[in-house]
Design a binder for this molecule. Structure first.
Ligand code: MG
Ligand code: MG
Ligand code: MG
Length: 343
């Protein structure tokens, strides 16, 4: 106690209580500053490389800014993500548990349907994403970087540059993989010059000379479908949307060549019909994307059989149509579906 407050205390008992109260308050604040509850950062369900690496990158960024954060995951890593984590010596984030009442950060999604069921009961403090707004409501102000880029990891790279946060070599390599994966090596229509700039800078930090060779290894891992059930293939990279009050599911399988899926389509369609029934969907789509040919064979099962043809201005035969140039779910599949369902 300072001499001044000591003399005040001598004057009256109330002052002693006030001084004690103030001291207790300051002690409490110091304690809170020392060990705030860590922010749980995670990407969407059925996570892809952008979601898993994005969560790790965001946790690194927040922690470096004095806001301790832990990367979490909503699901198991796909074969491509497993390849990336192994190559760059990273551990898979732990599985997310209920988030009610906890501070959370989200990456690579902002649609409630792609988050945990109790997301609305958490305190959202951070967002780094590259998707359209999905109707999420927040209870407090938050830092949100929502950018029309090819990958969430490009946004995270730009945030790290903005805040002057150093990117470790292995993290840079993994972030580069996330950008290459989401943009299909800068070929997808979602690609911007900022993705290429971020990719080049991250490649330099990670000391990767040949981005093409790395992308090929990634796509080979992405294409791994041997021994995977049709159902697991449909759900591997699957997202649920609400359109005009109807539920629509859209999965995507990206392969180096469509021939890898020869003989599997009937099984995939059967799995789609089953998932459609279980999840009460109006429509389920599966994009079979050929990375080399740069197009998608679209499989579709819908309550309204004419819906897929209307949405994609294409004739569907046996629930399937080849859509040249279509590679992006969020830019080339979701908008035409929303438009067709509005009619
Ligand atoms: Mg994603
Ligand atoms: Mg993404
Ligand atoms: Mg994707």
């Amino acid at each position: 106690m300072t001499p001044i407050s000591a003399s005040l205390v001598q004057k009256c008992g109330h002052c002693l209580m006030a001084a004690m109260l103030t001291a207790a308050l300051f002690a409490g604040q110091a304690l809170a500053a020392q060990s705030p509850e860590p922010i749980l950062v995670f990407g969407h369900k059925n996570p892809d490389t952008d979601s898993i690496v994005g969560a790790i990158a965001a946790a690194h960024l927040l922690t470096a800014q004095g806001k301790p954060a832990t990367a979490m995951a909503q699901g198991q890593p796909n074969p491509e993500t497993q390849f990336v984590l192994k190559k760059f010596n990273m551990a898979m984030p732990a599985q997310l548990e209920p988030v009610t009442g906890k501070p959370v950060g989200i990456v690579d999604f902002n649609d409630a349907a792609q988050g945990p069921d109790d997301l609305n009961d958490a305190t959202l403090v951070f967002m780094a994403d590259h998707h359209k707004l999905g109707g999420l409501k927040t209870s407090a102000p938050l830092e949100a970087w929502l950018l029309p880029l090819g990958s969430s990891n490009t946004a995270l790279y730009e945030m790290m540059m903005f805040y002057n946060v150093a990117i470790p070599k292995d993290l840079a390599g993994a972030m580069l993989c996330a950008i290459l994966s989401d943009t299909l090596m800068y070929q997808s229509v979602t690609t911007t010059s900022r993705d290429k700039t971020a990719g080049a800078a991250l490649a330099k930090i990670a000391q990767i000379k040949d981005q093409k060779a790395l992308a090929y290894d990634l796509f080979k891992a992405k294409s791994a479908i041997e021994g995977v059930s049709a159902r697991d293939l449909v759900l591997r990279d699957y997202k649920k949307f609400e359109m005009s009050g109807m539920a629509v599911g859209v999965g995507q399988i990206e392969v180096l060549s469509l021939s890898m899926l020869d003989g599997k389509k009937e099984g995939l369609l059967e799995a789609m019909r089953q998932i459609k029934k279980e999840s009460n969907l109006h429509c389920i789509l599966l994009m079979l994307t050929d990375i080399s040919k740069q197009g998608t064979e679209m499989l579709a099962v819908s309550d309204d059989p004419s819906l897929p043809s209307t949405a994609f201005s294409s004739t569907f035969k046996d629930s399937s149509a080849w859509l040249p140039g279509v590679m992006s779910r969020k830019e080339q599949v979701i908008p035409p579906m929303e438009k067709a369902l509005k009619k």
